[in-house]
Design a protein around this ligand. Structure first.
Ligand SMILES: [Zn+2]
Length: 135
């Protein structure tokens, strides 16, 4: 029992350390890209939070606060930009209907390709063998 408990605590600490070490760099990246794309969209938001989430890359609350996963820092730039534009567009369109995707496409025309790419990365993160087996 004690052994299992200790292992779990140690892992939790290293995950937290990784998050703490990269959180501010993630924030700087997100805020710079938001400012860049907002020259086009001209939207307003509240707080930007950088979180350590397991599954979600970003979200936009009904209070217009933006949340991003700090692991966005480790994605290729075109996927970082897609996620940032995606959440930015939710400030105006709080759904995934055609008008939302049209808004995303104004700045990220290849968004469909990037969604697929992100799904492959997510799947690889959880089950590497599954991705390679599928080719
Ligand atoms: Zn969305």
């Amino acid at each position: 029992m004690w052994r299992r408990k200790r292992t779990r605590r140690r892992r939790a600490t290293s995950v937290t350390k990784h998050y703490q070490a990269h959180k501010e760099a993630a924030r700087a990246l997100v805020e710079a890209r938001l400012a860049h794309y907002n020259q086009h969209y001209q939207l307003e938001w509240g707080r930007v939070a950088i979180r350590n989430q397991r599954r979600c890359w970003g979200s936009c609350s009904s209070l217009k606060n933006l949340n991003f996963n700090y692991k966005i820092l480790f994605l290729p730039p075109h996927l970082q930009d897609y996620i940032i534009v995606h959440e930015l567009c939710h400030l105006k369109e709080m759904h995934h209907g055609p008008s939302f995707w049209a808004l995303v496409a104004e700045q990220v025309p290849a968004y469909q390709m990037y969604r697929t790419e992100l799904r492959i990365i997510e799947r690889a993160g959880h089950k590497v063998w599954e991705t390679s087996a599928r080719g």
